[in-house]
Design a protein around this ligand. Sequence first.
Ligand SMILES: [Zn+2]
Length: 136
Amino acid sequence: MAHQTHIAPLDLTPTGHIPAAVALAPALERTDQLAELLAAKPGAACPVYQDCTETGPHDHHCNHSLRVRSDDGEMLLDVGMCAEKPADGRPVVYIRGEDFRDAASVHAATAKLRALLDQVDAMADRVFADYQRARA
Ligand SMILES: [Zn+2]
């Protein structure tokens, strides 16, 4: 025996009834933390800091993945960021052991590092050229 399914057309006439979930919504405060919880799913990227490498719901944001190592594995330079809850934790970008609390301070430090690295290249060229000349 064949079954026929009949679904009545939706009645879109307003009833005046407000679903409970909608009625409760104004009572909820839309804090940063709530938005974070709503957006965070297990395995999902961080909803607060695009450089944060944590996944899923978390209060401690961080990225410790920017590292330069020598061919022997020695750490030459490590850079990263950390922040606690977005509402009360000011983020920090660090270079080695030094913490910076604003982008301008980071830019000032990286400008010094760029200048230093150029000086290191120039020094290396001189030192090894001098060594070759002394051996000749
Ligand atoms: Zn995060």
